[in-house]
Ligand binder design. Structure first.
Ligand code: HEC
Length: 132
């Protein structure tokens, strides 16, 4: 009788543990793991950059063209790639928004992005600059 009791407790614990474990990864994903280019990065461009960047700096950041203008593309005004997948610190795009002044004026010209927006773009590049 005691044995059955114990097995039941063990069984219930296993079920409970598995359920709470299942919830884990979902919550983690919501913490901005895997930044989406379309859903997280492009809206930053739309709100802060496209007024000047259908063409400024020979760079078009409108949604139809931004990805193909950035990833593995040489910057027009500087030596370096606009976006080096997996390496934000060597990407002109990131160094133009991080306040470093490494490539002249900070973007958006005359202003700056929020720390969260800067972190989102950095994370997107460091995760491999996927077209996701
Ligand atoms: C008020 C106009 C203006 C806004 C807004 C603006 N830019 Fe620029 N941007 C320019 C000009 C002008 C240049 C060329 C001079 C330079 O490189 O500083 C430029 C150059 C750049 C370059 C270098 C391109 C190259 O290949 O040489 C990048 C990258 C860039 N901008 C990113 C951005 C991003 C990202 C945003 C939004 C967060 C943004 N810009 C907002 C005017 C603007």
């Amino acid at each position: 009788m005691k044995k059955i009791h114990l097995s039941l407790i063990v069984l219930v614990s296993i079920i409970f543990f598995n359920c709470s474990k299942d919830k884990g990864p979902v919550d983690d994903n919501q913490q901005a793991e895997n930044v989406s280019f379309a859903n997280d990065v492009q809206p930053i461009f739309d709100q802060n950059c496209t007024s000047c960047h259908p063409s400024s700096g020979n760079l078009d950041l409108t949604s139809a063209n931004s990805y193909s203008q950035l990833v593995n593309v040489d910057a027009s005004g500087f030596s370096g790639k606009r976006v080096v997948p997996g390496d934000a610190d060597h990407s002109v795009l990131f160094k133009k928004i991080d306040g470093s002044g490494a490539y002249g004026s900070n973007m958006p010209l005359g202003g700056s992005l929020s720390a969260t927006q800067i972190a989102t773009i950095k994370q997107w590049i460091d995760e491999g600059a996927n077209n996701n």
